[in-house]
Design a binder for this molecule. Structure first.
Ligand code: SAH
Length: 211
């Protein structure tokens, strides 16, 4: 099947599985996932599954990218922080909906490849940063929304500080990889938060900077 047919197929799977926000479906349609996967996986780019990247990392499953994006409730004026760029795919999707995306990756090779893919696609509102996302990226904050694309047992403190009031933070939380839940935390005042649970997920671990 041709890639654009497979892309349409993916969109109908996303609809069937609870993605109802039209802007999110449009963004998932418009970002070419085949450009973000390793060349040997191009033909699988629109299967609804995570795929391997280098350095034992993965590009997230389309449904999870769409769900995270949907529950972030993005507005066109929003500034977004993503921790865990990986391939850059989710950052590009977020960039379709928000004003600006800052995305942080701790593995230099992945950061370089993702920056190159994003540059080639002409996504000028997506900005790559290399470093430890456990610290967030204070220089560009506060953010209207934060997505953490790797799992941990708690939210790094710095991220609470860098979230604007009214902002939404989405993160897979759980003591082990097989017991993570996708959690959204909405900041409703200084030190006041509301939490919602969006069910079981499986992400690679959030780790400190290498070196
Ligand atoms: N959003 C990505 C998938 C992310 S996989 C995509 O669309 O392809 C999780 C990524 O988080 C990996 O690339 C991993 O290296 C990165 N990561 C893990 N801990 C991190 C940290 N402390 N700071 C920044 N990136 C981190």
């Amino acid at each position: 099947m041709a890639l654009d047919q497979q892309r349409d197929e993916m969109i109908s799977v996303l609809k069937d599985r609870g993605i109802t926000d039209h802007a999110v479906l449009q963004a998932m349609h418009d970002v070419p996932r085949e450009d973000f996967v390793l060349p040997s996986f191009r033909d699988d780019a629109y299967a609804d599954s995570a795929l391997p990247l280098t350095h034992k990392q993965t590009i997230s499953q389309p449904l999870i990218v769409a769900l995270m994006t949907q529950i972030m409730e993005l507005q066109p004026s929003d500034r977004v922080l993503e921790i865990g760029t990986g391939s850059g795919y989710a950052a590009a999707v977020l960039g379709q909906l928000a004003k600006e995306v800052i995305t942080v990756e701790r593995i230099g090779d992945l950061a370089i490849t993702a920056a190159e893919t994003i540059r080639k696609l002409g996504k000028r509102n997506v900005h790559m940063r290399f470093g430890d996302g456990l610290k967030g990226w204070p220089d560009d904050g506060p953010y209207d929304a934060i997505a953490v694309a790797a799992g941990g047992d708690r939210v790094p403190n710095a991220l609470f500080d860098q979230l604007a009031i009214g902002g939404r933070l989405v993160i897979p939380l759980g003591p082990r990889q097989d017991s993570q839940k996708l959690i959204r935390i909405r900041k409703i005042g200084e030190d006041r938060y509301v939490e919602d649970d969006f069910g079981g997920v499986r992400f690679v671990p959030l780790l400190p900077e290498t070196d």
